[in-house]
Write a protein that binds this ligand. Structure first.
Ligand code: SAM
Length: 285
């Protein structure tokens, strides 16, 4: 049975962990197993792991998947990763920055190599890049059906929140437009070395094959969402009136809102993902 050997590997390779790269490594093997459980990975899956560190989760992913493509930015960790994963022939370590990597090419290459039928992503990354990376995968990457990310607790709450709650915002709408997000479990600071200052949460995103609503112009949809949440204290009519990215005046916006069966003083923060779509489609009309 494999166990967590993070501390051992760090010591053996004399590694100094870098705060700037968010290097807080998991030392609790129970947590590692629960993350992998949540990813629904099986022997037909290519697991893309972003930020493998010294490979404690990579080993568990290798045990359960067709193969793992592990993308790690820090070249100092590569010898430790190779050492820790030497028992596995189904792991490819890619020394790249995920922000710059050609993700589609990586998926294509390793899906073929490991003869995998599906692709799932698992990541524990520095928190400042987690949201941009999640959004990049949701907006641009095709062929992934599930992602499991470690995020800051507050960010997870924003992703799953619904209309009218304090955490509901542009991030909630964007994530829910592309996926079905679920909070899986919280990970307290003592499960890492060194311990982070914030509480972490595992979020699972089941990627939707189609958006839940039909939108005539996706770009405009997200501009409207952003503008609606940009000025939370303003009514929807006022938030959109001077936005300048579509040619409808205040009166016309009021009419559209009435046509949707909504009160003219409504605020954007109570609109559902579907209502934002209806609003966008009526503005285009
Ligand atoms: N997965 C390991 C674990 O759970 O113990 C390590 C997680 S640690 C929070 C984040 C890892 O992401 C580090 O190994 C770090 O070097 C790596 N990383 C940071 N920025 C990255 C980037 N832009 N691209 C790829 N990996 C990155």
């Amino acid at each position: 049975m494999i166990k967590n050997n993070t501390s051992e590997i760090i010591k053996k390779h004399g590694l100094k962990l870098t705060k700037a790269l968010g290097q807080n490594f998991l030392t609790d093997f129970g947590v590692v197993q629960r993350i992998v459980d949540a990813s629904d990975i099986d022997k037909d899956t290519l697991a893309i792991e972003i930020g493998p560190g010294v490979g404690s989760m990579t080993r568990e992913l290798a045990e359960r998947s067709a193969g793992v493509a592990a993308i790690e930015i820090d070249k100092r960790l590569i010898p430790a990763l190779n050492d820790n994963l030497s028992d596995y022939s189904n792991v490819s370590i890619i020394n790249e920055d995920i922000m710059k990597a050609d993700i589609d090419a990586i998926i294509k290459k390793y899906k073929e190599l490991y003869n995998a039928k599906s692709v799932k992503v698992v990541a524990n990354l520095p928190y400042y890049i987690t949201t941009p990376i999640i959004m990049r995968f949701l907006e641009e990457v095709k062929g992934v059906d599930k992602m499991v990310f470690m995020v800051q607790k507050e960010v997870a709450e924003r992703m799953v929140s619904g209309p009218g709650t304090k955490d509901y915002g542009a991030l909630s709408v964007a994530v829910q437009f592309y996926s079905n997000p679920k909070i899986v479990f919280d990970v307290p600071p003592h499960c890492f070395i060194p311990q982070p200052e914030v509480h972490s949460t595992i979020i699972g995103l089941d990627i939707l094959s189609e958006p839940p609503v039909e939108v005539a112009d996706k770009n405009l949809y997200f501009k409207i969402v952003k503008a609606s949440f940009g000025q939370r204290r303003k009514t929807l009519v006022n938030a959109l009136s001077n936005s300048g990215f579509f040619n409808k005046n205040k009166e016309q916006i009021k009419q559209i809102i009435a046509e949707m069966g909504l009160n003219e003083n409504i605020r954007g923060e109570v609109l559902t993902v579907a209502q934002f779509a209806q609003l966008t489609n009526l503005i285009i009309k």
